[in-house]
Design a protein around this ligand. Sequence first.
Ligand SMILES: Cc1cc2nc3c(=O)[nH]c(=O)nc-3n(C[C@H](O)[C@H](O)[C@H](O)COP(=O)(O)OP(=O)(O)OC[C@H]3O[C@@H](n4cnc5c(N)ncnc54)[C@H](O)[C@@H]3O)c2cc1C
Length: 291
Amino acid sequence: MKDFGYAAPKNVGEAIGLLAELGGQGKIIAGGQSMLVIMKQNMLVPEFLVDIKGIAELDYINYDKKKGLSIGALTTHRAIEKSPIIKKNYPVMSEMEDNLAVVQTRNWGTIGGNVCHGDPAGDPAVVFIALNAKLKIRGTAGEREIDIEDFYKDYLEVDLNPGEILVEIQVPPASPHTGVAHDKLMAMKGDMGIVGAAAFITVNPADGTCVGARIALSNVASTPWKSRAAENVLLGKVITNELLAEAGRAASAELEPPADVHGSSEYRKAMAEAFVKRVAQKALKRAQAQG
Ligand SMILES: Cc1cc2nc3c(=O)[nH]c(=O)nc-3n(C[C@H](O)[C@H](O)[C@H](O)COP(=O)(O)OP(=O)(O)OC[C@H]3O[C@@H](n4cnc5c(N)ncnc54)[C@H](O)[C@@H]3O)c2cc1C
């Protein structure tokens, strides 16, 4: 590994100031769980690392019934997995975290680092897309918000300008008559998903029609993928098993997934079909269970 400069600012203002001074030479490191992997592979050779892991003001989980959930970017995966507030109001997030990596990685890796790494195989992004989350980003020009579904540009490429820091992930309040589910195909529990999917389904309790559908897939494209085709199959209809199968087929049909040692493109398409059907079915059951 090539030598690099290093500093650990104590707050967000200091970190932004330092990144501005470094003028594009500085790279943020949080838990380092992804950064160190790509540095060891020489995919990234930073001149200077700005270590934000110790900035306590970005480590929090807040919930308000009207405003929803706010998670500081430096919150660890483990804190999300174990949070009673999250278990109660957004159980899908605890379930997703329970299947993410091993406990050592969850103890140190941060949710902001995962989201900003831009790995299309990442689990949190698809769950946050299904939950319609927003990202709060801060830089020298001030603060801006972006829908997470617009954040991913290409493989390991996200909508962050040099010097900007992701400070918070905002999830809208849990909606009534709504179910959310996530699952992924893993060789072993905690492995990166070969294919993953998340679904958010809202039903009208009066007539059972689907009035809200958000479906996203991981590791099937160069970015996390929101399947409008699958959503359109479900929206406005009473969801049957045949319709769930059709949603799976619609999601699969719009994909041209990459192939790697874990699976061919055709295999990923087949798994996308199966996993969209599976998570939509689970989300529907959860929505219906609310009466
Ligand atoms: C063994 C192993 C197994 C794994 N399994 C899974 C898995 O099953 N599912 C899954 O989704 N992930 C998995 N991961 C990935 C892991 O979740 C991420 O590596 C981790 O969450 C990244 O967080 P970090 O704090 O370590 O980020 P870092 O590695 O420090 O940073 C990652 C990237 O984000 C940028 N960054 C970090 N924080 C910010 C911020 N606040 N604002 C702007 N940019 C920022 C950095 O500059 C860098 O580009 C695995 C990793 C390992 C090592």
